[in-house]
Design a protein around this ligand. Sequence first.
Ligand SMILES: Cc1cc2nc3c(=O)[nH]c(=O)nc-3n(C[C@H](O)[C@H](O)[C@H](O)COP(=O)(O)OP(=O)(O)OC[C@H]3O[C@@H](n4cnc5c(N)ncnc54)[C@H](O)[C@@H]3O)c2cc1C
Length: 307
Amino acid sequence: MHDLIIIGGGPAGIAAGVYAARKRLKAVLITEEIGGQSTVSDGIENWIGTTKISGTDLAKSFADHLDAVRDDVITLVAGERITSLEKSKDGFLARTKTGKEFSARAALIASGASRRKLDIPGAERFEHKGVTYCASCDGPLFADQDVAVVGGGNAGFETALQLLAYAKSVTLFHRHKEFKADPVTIEKACAHQNMHVVRHAEPLEVKGDQFVTGLTYKDKDSGETKSLAVSGIFVEAGVIPNTEFASGLVELDAVGRIKTDPRNQRTNTEGVWAAGDCTDELYHQNNIAAGDGVKALEDIYLWVKKR
Ligand SMILES: Cc1cc2nc3c(=O)[nH]c(=O)nc-3n(C[C@H](O)[C@H](O)[C@H](O)COP(=O)(O)OP(=O)(O)OC[C@H]3O[C@@H](n4cnc5c(N)ncnc54)[C@H](O)[C@@H]3O)c2cc1C
């Protein structure tokens, strides 16, 4: 029996793990991978204390930091996916996809979020045949080709910036009239001659034969259906919280995020905390997720010690 189960190895989970180690809380940190969502980013420029760091280096620094402090108080279980988290006689029981079980008096859910899939005809059929969710992984395959990015948030513009280095042209589609991305990122991307933006447009269908050949979309200003010839479509259409395994244990909001008290990250279930992008926190950033993890851990420590 551990004091605490931490689920997730992104900034929220790792920050909590480092603090748990320093406070000598006996914890098990279970995660599919270490690093979290921005691992795929080429350059993160707002992780406080670093001017610029690649997602891979950020993930490595998380792993190194945890390894340096964890001693024998934190058990790291990487490469495992939690499929259920429920109440047990003495606390909480987490089960993994491979059938492993872990028990603890308290639980911290820091399981973040995953990419939302493009839900239009052709998107599933052409996944890995031109439709992709990872610019760092697949971008170079589209050198000197015309590509589209779906999504006008930070992730969309960051993806466009990566692709602009080698694609012939990048056309970014956004559903709304106003972009959600940071102005500095928008300016950087739009300064490239081969960058185009289509605002207020609804993707309708991915076209192709063996591979993607184009994207049709509705111009929401004119109501017309238009099409663009592209060989790659990079989807950055937002995220969905990874909270299914806890849906029977804690209260979720309408889109599946865990409702938390922002003062201490407590959920509505005594003994369960949540931190980072899996919560109903308004803003989703690495620094915020790490801060949430720390805040939760401070509260968990006091809670565990009182018992
Ligand atoms: C492309 C991209 C670029 C970004 N760039 C920036 C940036 O420049 N600056 C910035 O501040 N933010 C950036 N963000 C946002 C930032 O990455 C997130 O806000 C942050 O990662 C949230 O951290 P988290 O720990 O809450 O969750 P996540 O990073 O999502 O980590 C969740 C962790 O939980 C694990 N996990 C999930 N489900 C399970 C399960 N069932 N069982 C076990 N483990 C599980 C995952 O493997 C992962 O380790 C970017 C996001 C993306 C997608």
